[in-house]
Design a protein around this ligand. Structure first.
Ligand code: PXL
Length: 282
């Protein structure tokens, strides 16, 4: 049981199994009261669909925070994902300051890029703003592409070694002043996983699973949501990072047999009983 309250801020992609439509069910399944602020509403996500609608909700954000302050609504943790505009970053920072309980956690998934490229609608100026937005976050969860954009370094896709990953982790940790979980790390063809850097311990923890061939949209959001749930439920950085790998892999396995029709997301719902079971043991 936990009475902790989380606020997650990311878009609603009405169809496509990512961002809030993934974060909310996962955090709920982990027994965590979760409030939301939709940063934007899109008819679908931007990864493979064309002609989607996009309603920016930037102007609603400060008003929501102000109302909550009046109502005495405060949070134990903040988790941000896909943010629709640069201006939102400042508004969100204000909410993280004003609507926080003492000791509240701030966890940032700097969603903006994958496979060496920025997502549609993002540019290097946004990446620079994101690099300063993460300052003060207890944990950031970039993939390798996002790490490169945050650090303004060339993206290294493969063939790197531990020294490269550990250099990235330390340089990223200098941006937020806290812990870092780097996703999509692989030192061999058949394994894929994460590297977690604990600033307090100055240690790096790796966790790998068998690679499942293909690219699966929305897995970053499944991963980050589960990680946040684990942290809020009291797991260590390393245990939360591992639990999130275990669950994400199950969601991908549930999708693999139907991947050609189900190209837009992962069937994380199939694996929710597993996550509930793992959460019950906490
Ligand atoms: O899964 C990350 C994500 C979230 N939200 C929107 C996206 C993407 C990735 O493409 O397009 C709208």
């Amino acid at each position: 049981m936990t009475s902790k309250k989380v606020l997650t801020i990311q878009d609603v992609s009405c169809f496509g199994q990512c961002s809030l439509t993934v974060a909310l069910p996962i955090l709920s399944a982990m027994g965590i009261e979760t409030a939301i602020i939709p940063s934007a509403v899109l008819s679908t996500h931007t990864g493979g669909f064309t002609g989607y609608t996009f309603r920016d909700l930037t102007e609603d954000i400060p008003a929501i925070g102000a109302h909550w302050e009046k109502e005495g609504v405060f949070f134990d943790a903040f988790y941000t994902g896909y943010i629709g505009s640069k201006r939102q970053l400042q508004y969100i920072k204000d909410i993280v300051k004003k609507n926080a309980k003492e000791g509240a956690l701030f966890i940032v998934d700097p969603v903006m890029a994958d496979h060496g490229k920025l997502y549609y609608g993002f540019d290097e100026a946004f990446a620079a703003e994101m690099a300063s937005f993460v300052q003060g976050a207890e944990v950031i969860l970039p993939n390798l592409t996002e790490a490169a954009f945050l650090l303004k370094e060339p993206y290294v896709e493969s063939g790197y070694d531990k020294a490269h990953i550990e250099g990235l982790l330390r340089r990223l940790s200098a941006l937020n002043g806290g812990d870092v979980v780097l996703t999509g790390v692989s030192f061999s063809r058949d394994k894929l996983g994460i590297a977690a850097y604990s600033k307090a311990k100055d240690s790096v923890h790796y966790y790998f699973e068998e690679r499942i061939e293909g690219s699966f949209h929305g897995t970053g959001d499944v991963y980050a949501s589960t990680f946040v749930g684990g942290i809020v439920r009291g797991l260590s950085l390393e245990d939360a990072a591992d639990l999130a790998v275990d669950y994400t892999v199950r969601a991908i396995r549930a999708t693999f047999p139907v991947r050609s029709e189900h190209w837009y997301g992962v069937r994380f719902e199939e694996a929710l009983p597993y996550l509930v079971h793992r959460t019950e043991a906490l």
